[in-house]
Design a protein around this ligand. Structure first.
Ligand code: PAF
Length: 284
């Protein structure tokens, strides 16, 4: 069966006009913010929204504010036509894809900053990244006015920061975190996986394999867990490790000693010129 592509909208005013009618009719709105180059991971978020909310909205915007100097803003895959085709069978009411010149104009002077959670891990090498994310997500939340917004667990630090932001600023949108979607061999789905050669893709598996081994053997010893993880990933072929940490899932603080509660393992590494991240929950 063929499906119509979702309604594509370019301006905040058009989004409000369409969604105000749904709100007046008492329908809940589920929102999936993306940068496009959609894959099964994004579709799992769309399906979570469709299961819980009456109306599903997706945004597709490659956000220039979250790319640092020398990062892959220009090369980042932009595949709007294919994205709309992928969304066609998913019952999405609206796709919001604004133009960068009007959504993030040069005249912009406001930045949304979350304290504390934005200091380490990803931010250690990408110091402006999360201000770019929180600023754009605030704008998107303001435009869409959703009841729920769905984010993937793979960007673990991002979802923790956005949850804090929505709570601290009394936003009407509740942040919902959904599980990572993996390939059959364990590789976490990412729009950046398209950059990987066949050999790099095989090398990249070390990330999910090291996390899986850690989670399977987890007995709460953070110090030995971290050194095993570090040892495994620094020895892995074709991988240049950025960080491997075991953190508190709420505060994102690196942990030490022996813990009985939930911990989160987070890793980031370069595979060639592609930076990949992955994460796994550790439960005794
Ligand atoms: O996770 C992403 O794709 C982006 O960081 C987001 C949340 C869409 C903001 O640009």
């Amino acid at each position: 069966m063929s499906h119509d592509r979702p309604h594509l909208v370019r301006t905040p005013e058009e989004v409000r006009t369409v969604l105000d009618a749904h709100r007046r009719a008492g329908r809940t709105i589920g929102f999936v913010p993306t940068m496009g180059a959609l894959h099964e991971g994004h579709l799992s978020l769309v399906r979570a929204a469709a299961a819980a909310d009456d109306v599903v909205v997706v945004s597709i915007f490659v956000n220039p504010l979250q790319f640092g100097e020398g990062e892959d803003l220009d090369a980042y895959p932009r595949t709007l036509d294919a994205d709309l085709d992928l969304l066609a069978p998913e019952g999405v009411a609206l796709v919001f894809s604004p133009a960068p010149s009007t959504f993030t104009p040069e005249t912009r002077r406001t930045t949304v900053h979350v304290e504390g959670l934005t200091g380490g891990l990803e931010a250690a090498t990408r110091p402006t990244h999360f201000d770019g994310v929180t600023t754009i997500v605030t704008k998107l939340f303001n435009v869409v006015g959703a009841d729920h917004a769905y984010f993937g667990e793979k960007d673990f630090q991002q979802q923790a920061i956005l949850r804090r932001m929505a709570l601290d600023l009394d936003m009407r949108t509740e942040v919902v975190t959904c599980p990572i979607v993996r390939e059959a061999d364990g590789l976490a789905l990412s729009s950046r996986n398209v950059y990987l050669s066949g050999e790099q893709r095989r090398d990249a598996l070390a990330l999910s394999q090291a996390l899986r081994e850690l989670a399977d053997g987890w007995e709460g010893n953070v110090d030995s867990g971290r050194s095993t993880l570090l040892g495994r990933l620094t020895a892995a072929q074709g991988i240049q490790l950025d960080y491997a940490e075991i953190i508190d899932p709420e505060t994102l603080e690196p942990l030490e000693g022996v813990r009985s509660g939930d911990c989160q393992a987070v890793v980031a590494a370069w595979v060639g010129t592609t930076r990949l991240i992955d994460t796994m929950r550790l439960r005794v």
